[in-house]
Design a protein around this ligand. Structure first.
Ligand code: HEM
Length: 490
């Protein structure tokens, strides 16, 4: 317990240093937590399949997860079971298919601000941007995209950041957008994420973590959607012919402000962080692997020549296989949800992991918690081959060599309770990546950065593998090197 609580001070990575090592040796094991409760943990695809699909009814979201999330995101699709969960799922699910078609126009608008932020310090005559940290720009980009999708209008955090940089406005109150895009909100977000992680993964009691600083951060985080909810309930949100947004759709089903807030915060949380984390790792991996970047760029330019508007067609993006392999591979190596969990609703068995050689079933008692080690499973050499730890999008070209039994790749979980944002997320990632390589023809990591030296990347202490650092410079493509920099310039 002591080691967990001081992990951040000691610069230890809770996932890599404390959780993973035993699982790497034994894909299914039992761990005793501080306090005595016993967890079953598994990184075995056959067990994952049993939990997510075959024996779906034998598992539910645990009381631990409810306790961890409730003070922060309240009652939502992530923390409920049975009829309550069915209610949330049926309320949210249909919205995801509706939105997909028109959402890339909004993403394009946010990308314009993203490029401006990256290039704000100027671009050299040879096309290189000034080297700097682009991590906050990525999280602002996904914050703005997620808010546009949810509330029908972007929070505008990137724009607010840019405007603040341009004009010296003096010591006046920051706007809503400035606050959400600023350090205070980012800190609050990190603190509440850390709270969730410590309660979720280590069952640290709430009273230890319920500090004044936590409560202040929680209030900052929870107040984020207030103005949009008031507006939506006031009626001027669901305008005839207005752009689609999730909140308007939810208001047609419930007018309870707390329910709206809880669902909105949960989806915002899921969309913004998982998406930002994936984009971050993908760009970082592309920086570490220039040959993959070059190959991706040439494939994208072949499929979507400069100015071709079909890059905004989700079906066309989906058919650009290598583009998808790149995101898929980043999601394999750095799954934003590295550990998932369930609780047994009755006495049941996992198919493998027991007996002297691990080939026998494992008994689970009703109420027992099982952790699903997605990150560890995605890196097991026995499943993926000796190159399991390498970033190789090409591995997806021949999927026949992967074992067929089980669910060995599941960044979005699987079965009836899988991620409802999966298709939306992959389309959006594909679009951002395609536009990125159209605009820039090189990404060069700052030589002193951990990524360039292939050292451990500093990560947030939240439940997601959210990295903090992407120090790099980018080279603007131009017509002489086949670039597409002006494809959609507004
Ligand atoms: C790369 C991006 C993403 C990843 C890796 C991801 C991953 C996941 C995972 C692993 C789950 C299952 C959790 C569980 O089993 O309990 C999940 C659920 C969910 N995700 Fe995502 N997600 C991503 C993006 C998104 C986006 C963009 C949205 C919405 C805008 C979203 C909304 C949801 C929701 C609402 C659920 C709850 C489903 C349920 O419990 O029925 N996700 N996601």
């Amino acid at each position: 317990m002591y080691r967990i609580l001081i992990a951040r001070k000691r610069n230890e990575d809770i996932l890599e240093d404390l959780i993973l090592p035993p699982v790497q040796d034994h894909p299914t094991l039992e761990r005793t937590l501080p306090g005595g409760s016993k967890l079953i943990e598994t990184a075995d695809p056959q067990n994952c399949k049993a939990i997510y699909i075959t024996n779906f009814r034998d598992y539910q979201v645990s009381e631990t997860r409810r306790k961890a999330f409730r003070p922060v995101t309240g009652v939502s699709i992530f923390t409920t079971n049975g009829a309550e969960w069915e209610h949330s799922r049926s309320m949210l699910r249909p919205q995801f298919t509706k939105t997909l078609l028109n959402n890339l126009d909004s993403v394009e608008l946010e990308l314009e601000n993203f490029w401006t932020a990256i290039e704000q310090k100027g671009v050299e005559a040879d096309g290189w941007t000034t080297s700097g940290e682009i991590s906050p720009f990525i999280y602002r980009l996904v914050t703005d995209i997620a808010s546009d999708f949810l509330f029908g209008e972007s929070i505008g955090s990137q724009k607010a950041f840019l405007e603040k940089n341009i004009s010296e406005r003096g010591p006046q109150q920051p706007s809503h957008a400035e606050r959400i895009g600023g350090a205070e909100f980012a800190d609050a977000y990190d603190r509440v994420s850390e709270y969730i992680n410590l309660r979720l993964r280590f069952q640290v009691p709430g009273w230890i973590l319920d500090t004044k600083a936590f409560r202040a951060s929680r209030d900052i985080f929870r107040s984020m959607p207030d103005k949009y909810i008031q507006k939506a309930l006031g009626g001027d949100h669901a305008r005839e012919g207005a752009k689609y947004d999730l909140l308007s759709a939810l208001v047609e089903q419930t007018r309870d402000p707390t329910e709206l807030k809880d669902q909105a915060l949960s989806v915002f949380n899921a969309g913004r962080d998982a998406q930002g984390t994936t984009l971050h790792w993908t760009l970082l991996l592309l920086g570490q692997h220039p040959h993959v970047f070059d190959k991706l760029r040439s494939i994208v330019l072949g499929a979507f020549p400069p100015g071709d508007p079909s890059v905004r067609d989700p079906a066309r993006l989906k058919s650009c296989h290598y583009l998808n392999y790149v995101s898929q591979e980043a999601l394999r190596l750095y799954s934003p949800v590295p550990i998932n969990s369930r609780q047994a609703t009755r006495d049941t068995v996992l198919p493998v992991g027991g007996g002297p050689d691990g080939s026998q079933p494992v008994a689970l008692r009703k109420g027992q918690i099982v952790l699903i080690h997605v990150h560890a499973m995605h890196q097991r050499k026995g499943l993926w081959g000796d190159d399991a730890l390498e970033f190789k999008p090409e591995r997806w070209e021949d999927q026949s060599r992967f074992p067929k039994e089980g669910v060995m790749y599941s960044p979005f979980s699987a079965g009836r309770r899988n991620c409802i944002g999966q298709s939306y997320a992959m389309t959006e990632l594909g679009y951002i990546l395609a536009r990125f390589v159209q605009r820039y023809d090189k990404i060069e990591l700052a030589p002193e950065s951990a990524a360039a030296r292939h050292e451990r990347i500093p990560k947030s202490a939240g439940p997601l593998q959210k990295p903090y650092e992407l120090k790099c410079r980018l080279r603007r493509a131009n017509s002489s090197n086949g670039g597409a920099s002006e494809v959609f310039s507004s």
